[in-house]
Structures are given as structure tokens and as C-alpha cells.
Design a protein around this ligand. Sequence first.
Ligand SMILES: Nc1ncnc2c1ncn2[C@@H]1O[C@H](COP(=O)(O)OP(=O)(O)OP(=O)(O)O)[C@@H](O)[C@H]1O
Length: 290
Amino acid sequence: MSAPTAATRSGHIQVRDLNIGFKANGATVQAVKSASLDVQAGEFVSLIGPSGCGKSTLMNAVAGFTPPDSGVAMLDGKRIDGPGSDRGVVFQQYSLFPWMTVRKNVEFGLKMAHMPPSQRETQARTLLGLAGLLAFENHYPSQLSGGMKQRVGIVRALATSPQVLLMDEPFGALDSQTRTVMQEILTNMWQRLRLSVLFITHDIEEAIFLSDRIYVMTARPGRIKAEIKVPLPRPRTPDMIDTPEFAGLVRSIKKLIREESLAAMDGELRDGGYGGLGMEIGPEGVANVL
Ligand SMILES: Nc1ncnc2c1ncn2[C@@H]1O[C@H](COP(=O)(O)OP(=O)(O)OP(=O)(O)O)[C@@H](O)[C@H]1O
């Protein structure tokens, strides 16, 4: 896979005034409300916010899995109305085919796209090499660690040369050391390939380490609360985490998310009849009683 040149580069995601609700038990849960965002071609953007605020729902609209009730998700000016090979998706669950070797897993999408066997082998081996997995090309998923499985998942999503990579908490199931290494591998791969990435995480440091920009969402119904630029230079290195700039970014994002997490818990407690227990929740919300 060759890195796209400036002339060929595309992958501009635009989300405009997106609204998505779900019907459940006779009521509608508004998951995303009037959300708008951009990921420029070749940009790495993270989406962060309290649990249940609608991050996955928004990403699923960009992936083409969930149609919006109103508003639009577009790729390079074209309305997204279903999944497509221009968008690779990586979830927290590894979702590899257990009966296929690592290389066959990576080649699967290329086979579906009718790429000749020798060409798809070359493509798969190039990307596996980039992810440090070439020595494991003939292993089966059950023979790999969690971090290796997720690297295979990323390589598989990249194999069809998508313009966009959509990643929904891809490192959420990994231990913290493996997670740190995966972040370095991902940032190095992205630096080489320069495709557009929309990345969901709960981990503020992970978002800062990887991203050019971060969108913070409100508690459900999810709207975009803030957009934070990450001015740290590239390539990113682990020692940047100890800088005052990094710490300052962590502080401001933590504050934004705390406000929203408290708002979300406050709403849940009210919905759950907290007041019925005779406890007062003041104007500052649940922060006062926890
Ligand atoms: N298919 C569905 N049917 C009904 N409700 C849904 C469906 N998908 C999501 N929801 C609801 O929509 C809201 C947003 O869910 P979503 O998974 O997008 O949030 P999230 O921010 O990704 O959550 P988390 O951070 O916990 O993964 C939640 O209240 C969730 O229960």
C-alpha cells in the first residue's frame, strides 16, 4: 500500500446537523442531536465524551450502518447511505475469522474485491510488515495476544486502501502497557499512510497522544460540546506525555468531560427516582451528593 500523495488525497468527512434516535419500549431515545463535525483529509480526530452520549451512534452513521433521522454524513461531498470499501472500521472486539490465518484474514477483503492472489499476498504482507506482524502471517487468531489480534484487525481494515479509518474504542480491551504500545504503532502507521481517522476513546491521554483535534461530546443526547486542537508536534513520542502542554490539555478535557458525566449521572438518577428517596439534588446536580 503506497501513501497517498497530496494530489490523490481525499477522505474529508463532514457531519452536518445529525439527529439519530432509537425506539425502545415505546419511547424514543435521542442518541445524537444536531451534531456537526469535520475530519479533514489525512487528519486524525478523536471523539470523546461520557458513556452513552452517542459516540458510536455518530460513528455508525459515518460507517453507513445507521441511517440518520435528519442531517447528513458525507465523504468527499457525497452523502453516505451505506457501508463502503472507502471506509475501514475497527471495533473493540477483534472480529477476526478464527478459521483463517492472519494473512488470510487480511486478504479477505481483497479477495472479495477480486484482487489476484499474488497481488493480494503482496498487499497483505506489506501491511503486516508495517504492523510488525509478518512473522505471524501463518498463525491463527487463537495463537495471538489481544494486542496482536487488534493489530491484525487494523491491518485488515487498511488492506483495501480505504480513505478513512473509523475506530470505535479499538484498544479498550487491552491492558495499559499493550495499549501504550498500540498507540505508538498506530501513530507510526498513520504517519506513513496519512489517511483520515475518526477515533472513539474514553481515554483522554490516548486522544491527545494520537489526535490533531478532539471533539468533546455532551451527555446524551450527544451534541458537540467543544473542539480542542492538539498543537503537539509530529511525530508523537511517549516523552511528550510528561510535558506541561500535555498536562494542560488533559486538565481542560477532563473538566469538560466531568461536567458532562455529572450531567449524565444526574439525569439517570432523576430518571431512576432518586428524588423519590427524599434526597435533594441541588442546582449543581449529583456532584453535591456523591
Ligand atoms: N440499537 C439501539 N437501540 C436502542 N438504543 C440504542 C441503540 N444503540 C444505541 N442506543 C442508545 O443510544 C445511546 C447512545 O449510545 P452509543 O452506543 O452511541 O453511546 P456511546 O457514547 O458510544 O457509549 P459508550 O461510551 O458507553 O460506548 C445510549 O443511550 C444507547 O443505549
